[in-house]
Design a protein around this ligand. Structure first.
Ligand code: CTP
Length: 409
């Protein structure tokens, strides 16, 4: 979403200004063209040279400076910007813009801007809570400016409380969110992700190599596209998706099944990306199983876990149900069999034996198969991009169904 976008980063004079260097780097890594504008006070904390090096563009720090030598020549920055983010946004810049003061490049540019402007405040807790700052924020929000809430924790001024700059990932996610079309606004999507874990005894377990990345990407992108998202996840080592997503953590397949059954009724779309253990230990060993020195092997007796997707296939009614098939051979054949057997609308199949995709990887290469046997091969892309394609396929399936219903009447 940030690829080829013109992003203006306005840096003002707060200690969190040093963190903006990482933010500029994150934007450029995503393919954005970043223009940095610094206030005079910002330069007391960080230098333009850092930002010029990281963005590859001249940094504007004098009032009413022209863009000599930059790619966009003399065109005003306000006209080329796709989005502006002011980070850190101090009480001073919030107050100035809220009250129409335009006495340097940043404030003057903001007056002329028509694209979204995101303020990312960071300041001392008492300043943040002051009536004046809050009133100015309300005024700006009423005029269409967007704000991120500061985080809580230790502050550079030696106190602790609300006022910390949100993380770089949170700021990037919010920017991506602003750019994304909200085409899933009325949908409630239930996503499962990650591996389940079955206990052998209190110390040992049986699990699988699923990282949870594909399911987390679907939850994140669905949220970005406006859906209300519930994510039911097995234990993973990746960060929970940012934004307003209901996250329910489970461990075993039975726990996942219970959580899914508790939540599926509210949903319009269910996407089961989790790698559920097919079997669990038959005996419950409450004590650690000891190694017996006189035996060379041991047998674990396993019993079947519930097949959550199959159960959903029986009770789904008119919800769109999407399953996954992680295979190592005869990928399409196995996937089609699962699609039919579990009464799915779509199945996403991938070959996990293929190098560079699947378990743990940031990329994937999948085939999406629909009920009518239609197959769409999706080449190797990031899991975020694959998530978009899967959600597009879900939308298409919903459209097809709607048309069929209309034709029926
Ligand atoms: N699934 C599930 N509950 C299970 C097993 C699988 O809900 N107990 C779901 C997975 O979330 C996935 C789909 O079923 O969406 C396919 O999972 P997979 O393990 O590939 O298929 P299985 O039916 O278990 O068949 P097999 O292990 O033989 O390939």
């Amino acid at each position: 979403m940030l690829k080829n976008k013109e992003i203006v980063v306005g840096i003002t004079g707060g200690i969190a200004a040093y963190k903006t260097a990482e933010l500029v780097r994150a934007f450029t890594r995503k393919g954005a063209n970043v223009h940095v504008v610094m206030t005079k006070n910002a330069m007391e904390f960080v230098t333009p040279l850092t930002f010029q090096t990281l963005s590859g563009n001249p940094v504007i720090h004098n009032s009413f400076e022209l863009f000599t030598g930059s790619k966009i020549g003399h065109i005003a920055l306000a006209d080329v910007a796709d989005q502006v983010v002011i980070v850190p946004a101090t009480a001073n810049i919030i107050g100035k813009i809220a009250n129409g003061i335009a006495d340097d490049f940043l404030t003057t540019m903001i007056m002329a801007i028509t694209v979204p402007v995101l303020f990312v405040p960071s300041m001392n807790t008492k300043m943040w809570e002051s009536t004046i700052v809050q009133r100015n924020i309300e005024k700006l929000k009423d005029n269409g400016y967007q704000f991120m809430e500061p985080g809580s924790g230790d502050l550079a001024c030696g106190t602790s409380g609300k006022g910390r700059l949100p993380t770089i990932e949170e700021i990037v996610e919010r920017m991506e969110d602003i750019f994304t079309e909200k085409d899933l606004m009325n949908e409630r999507i239930l996503v499962t992700a990650g591996p389940t874990m079955e206990f052998v005894d209190p110390v040992r377990c049986i699990t699988n190599r699923s990282s949870g990345k594909m399911g987390y990407a679907i939850a994140k992108i669905a949220k970005r596209r406006g859906a209300e998202v519930t994510l039911i996840t097995g234990k993973t080592y990746i960060e929970s998706p940012h934004g307003d997503i209901q996250v329910i953590e489970v461990t075993t397949a039975v726990e996942m099944r219970d959580a899914v059954i508790d939540h599926y009724r509210r949903s319009t779309i269910i996407i089961k990306a989790a790698a559920v253990a097919d079997f669990k230990c038959k005996a419950e060993n409450c004590q650690k199983i000891k190694k017996q020195c006189n035996v060379d092997s041991m047998t674990l007796e396993l019993e079947k876990n519930p097949d959550i997707l199959e159960e959903l296939g029986r009770i789904k009614e008119n919800r769109i149900l999407v399953g996954f098939a992680a295979e190592t051979d005869n990928v399409l054949e196995h996937a089609v069999d699962k699609l039919k057997r579990k009464n799915l609308d779509l199945i996403v199949a991938n070959n996990v034996a293929q190098e560079g995709i699947g378990f743990g990887s940031d990329n994937n290469e999948v085939s999406i198969i629909d009920k009518t046997g239609g197959v769409r091969h999706v080449p190797r892309l990031s899991k975020d991009e694959i998530a978009h394609v899967i959600l597009d396929a879900v939308k298409k399936a919903m459209k097809k169904r709607k048309k069929k219903e209309e034709d029926w009447y």
